[in-house]
Design a protein around this ligand. Sequence first.
Ligand code: ADP
Ligand code: ZN
Ligand code: ZN
Length: 812
Amino acid sequence: MYINVILPLALDKTFTYLVNEEEYKFIVPGMRVVVPFGKSKHYTALVVEKHQNPPTLYEAKEILQLIDESPIVTSIQIEHWFWLASYYLCTIGEVYKAALPSGLILESETILSANEKTVETTNVSDDQYLILEALQHQTSISLAEIEKFIPKKKIVALVQDLLQKGLLQIQEEVQEVYKPKLVKYIKLSNSFSTPETLQELLATLNKAPKQKEAILHYFQLQAVEKKPISTKYFLEKAGLSDAVLKGLLEKAIFEVYYLNHERIVFEKEEGYEIQLSEAQQETFLSIREQLVSHEVCLFHGVTASGKTEIYIKLIEETINKGEQVLLLLPEIALTTQLVQRLAAYFGNQIAVFHSKYNTNERIEVWQKLLKTNSSTKIVLGVRSALFLPFTNLGLIVVDEEHEATYKQQDPAPRYHARDAAIVLAKLHQAKVVLGSATPSIESYYNAQSGKYGLVTLTKRYNDTALPEVHLIDLKDKYFRKRMDGHFSDELLSRMHETLANGEQILLFQNRRGYSPYIECMTCGHVPQCPSCDVSLTYYKYKNTLSCHYCGYSMAKPTHCHQCHSLDLSTKGFGTEQVELELKKLFPDKQIARMDQDTTRGKFAFEKLLDAFKNQEIDILIGTQMLAKGLDFEHVTLVGILNADNLLNQPYYKAYERAFQMMMQVSGRAGRKDKLGSVVIQTYNPLHNTIQQVVNGNYVAMYEEQIYERRNFKYPPFYRLVQLKLRHKEYAKLKEGSMWLYNVLSQTMKLPILGPEEPAVNRIRNEYIRTILIKIPNTSNLSATKLVLKKVLTSFEAVPQYRAIKVTIQVDY
Ligand code: ADP
Ligand code: ZN
Ligand code: ZN
């Protein structure tokens, strides 16, 4: 008897293993097994099929161990994963590996370490104790090392149990210090479990009245609560001090034990209700109606129109039917405010799944969803939440559907979460709502052509007016010397006015650091990263030059490395420079900066947002992070310091993206009853895209862009597949990419661009070339992809090109 499994490796096929009759009867697809693979490694594999046909090309090995008692992956998930692999041209193994939290797919190379915070080693088996003991002598241990002292067959189950108890942690790439939420409980020691021993005990405590009182309190609480009593609760209720409890513990009358609490408990706010405005109610009904005849409805609602409130009503209706809901968000930045709003309404029916969660937290959500009768009905998550084991999905809401972060860049699967969500919904026969104030061109096109429903809401909640946009011509301002640093006189006067009213300001500059590069004024030399083809960004606070691609960093030179001149000048400007200018211009105001450099820690972002929300910050300067649907009631002025570098990007979506960015940032201005204004500084005030922003004219932007896309063979009329080739040797890469290009052009008969050197043509010492394949909507996509795969296989077979790495981006 055989099973076919997926391995967590970049392999395209499933593999066949041998199981005995008993195992065969027990196994259901979706269960995990531990299998040997290669010379001596073992992996956690996923069963996808069982059958009685021995493999023809190799001899099937036996499985090492069966892990699950019931499937932890549903058949819909497996079907979805195979779709992802075939559509995004990656292997099923890569999808599997991305889909499961790493704690669920332990393998020989998994590295574990002890959790310093927990010392309790009760409730562990002898074998488990050996593992923990080994970790007293070394900081980390791999599964392969554990094999040396524990039978192979047992390891995965033992380790998984230790992970769940919070005694071990997996060393992940992104190392966050994991704090399991263990709650301390007390119980009366077993030696006093009989009435006689208890009587005796109380008698001996006559001289310690406080301790005696504590014990009586304990019994009272136990009689009422009939559940474990936490230390905190006990001390509160009994009104006793820590010292009393300490005494009882020392005398071994009480014992302490720990329980692992669900980390995220959401409190429903009693009496919190949402009353939709008339326009919102109308929108809600239209969306519902559109979803009768369409699987997907695009909801185009201007900023601050109250899209969230409408989502809430749609979600409520779905869970009342007993179905699950997935609310997708582009990144965790957005979750904080939204989680609060949804949690207040839905309480603990919500689970959150986010990119900063560690593996245990992810596993928790996974298991919550698998539980029948689970209270979890709504998952709020980033793109990887698509991989969770939904059993009865009724609705997926994709918020800010236009966001580029929905597309995974690296590693494979390089999927687009919005598109993958639509496919997932189809498998569940669920509905999809795509929400945005600035829909992507593709989605709007699908709505225009009738494939999706379309509902538009043009009114802000409370009839708050959309902000007025003022354009500043930088050329003119510089010429007439009306600039102070990077601020025009008009922006400054509006800032003073806003601050005088006690209101807040957001400033946008999409570069971080002090300046994007420094230049020698004598010879023109610009310091470059030694491993990448980019200039180094100057950071004034740290006095360093850093590479944004590989992280390389050096002290800022005092003189030019080329000609020794001391005359070095900074060029361009980033958020750090704006922050420093602001501190000079507004010395008595609170100024903060929000970019990748200031939001690295787990809660750094949340802290900044909280401080801004509480008006502890007057002016917040930031990168595109500011554009992300944040809702602050006291912001009445938004400034875009330089719109031009948004426009000058070498990408077919540059204008679309620039429009979205500017509209979204502008949308932060003016909420509730306050009118907002926006100041855009630019050298190109007449640029169409900028004019479209000034007029808030989405449709004009759409029409211009769709015309260009049609003319120049871009999506949604063509699908783009980008091949990125990388190699350390320039000449070899050049030759190899030319070979690939030639073969592709001969076999595919499609427009193929390249091989091209991208704007940054070397990263981490690897040269890069790209080839772009344009596949018309009218041609058979899967047939084309098959041809592409074949060509790539023959490319890999050419010995001298084997070392060239190729990555594929479908829907680039
Ligand atoms: P959007 O996501 O469309 O930009 P939000 O959902 O953030 O808009 O709503 C903007 C503001 O208006 C929020 O502060 C929100 O709480 C408030 N709001 C919107 N609709 C309602 C409503 N029906 N009742 C109360 N407040 C609302
Ligand atoms: Zn020089
Ligand atoms: Zn670099």
